[in-house]
Design a protein around this ligand. Sequence first.
Ligand code: P6P
Length: 307
Amino acid sequence: MAPKLAGSIATVAAACVEIAAVLRVAPIAGQTGLAGATNVQGEAQKELDVISNDIFIKHLRQNTDISILVSEELDEALHMQNQGAYAIACDPLDGSSNLDVNVTVGTIFSVLAVDPANPELLQAGTRQLAAGYAAYGPSTSLVLSFGKSVSVFTLDANGVFVLSADAVRVPAASGEYAINTARERFWDAATRAYVAENVAGETGPAGKRYNMRWIGSMVGDIHRILMRGGIFMYPLDSETAAKGGRLRLLYEANPMGLIIEAAGGAATTGRGRILEVPPQDIHQRIPVILGSADEVARVEAHYRAQG
Ligand code: P6P
């Protein structure tokens, strides 16, 4: 691995260590509430969204190999005024609606190669140099991939990430699916058909029993899927269609797609590979269906049948 790429990832990891420390005591510091502002997504920012984004900026400014930051919390890309060959696209604190109830949240990041003189940020996910996320749960995990395999590190008592699992593989088959079933009235036919097969259980076309898990925190749901299989679904629906979907391409779908594919899973919009979607905007939204290859294939079959 290029030393400067390793150094850039170490910078991101150091930011995640600091975010983890802030989250651990946030309820005591009274920081789990709203910041009183909205982000470019039109979402009410949590105080910790802003704090986490500020921590990211502070750390990235110290590494002159990183020239640009794209963040869910920043309307425009932040240029660091250096000649760095890397850009970081990130969601500094995903799932922050869970902060006041102490449920796993995370940081998601993607590393892109850029020409600082003429930076190109709208790169398809296949061009990512690396992708990862930190999951702030009972332990703090850092998951990292360069596209060929997936490593999991765990933050130890000294604030050091220690390798705890390597060459992680997503089981092809699973008995768990993750989708917000309260949105059923908005679903398309393909999503309805796939979920109905799962609900039908042993006597239905899937021929086995399923459990449904929905944390409401992408990092929490996807880490479970990475470690034991399953499928995460935020499909295009009648309410999100006008915006192109709910989740963001550059700093949520692409990094998670690279990780899941590197672990032997699949990541689709329902009609095509997420990593091949050409971005149109740094905050572009997209449907996200990813996880165990067999489950994703069944969803895609329903989309083909739907036409
Ligand atoms: P819903 C969190 O806001 C997030 O972006 C993802 O982390 C999560 O998977 C999804 O939204 C939850 O969406 O509609 O269930 O609240």
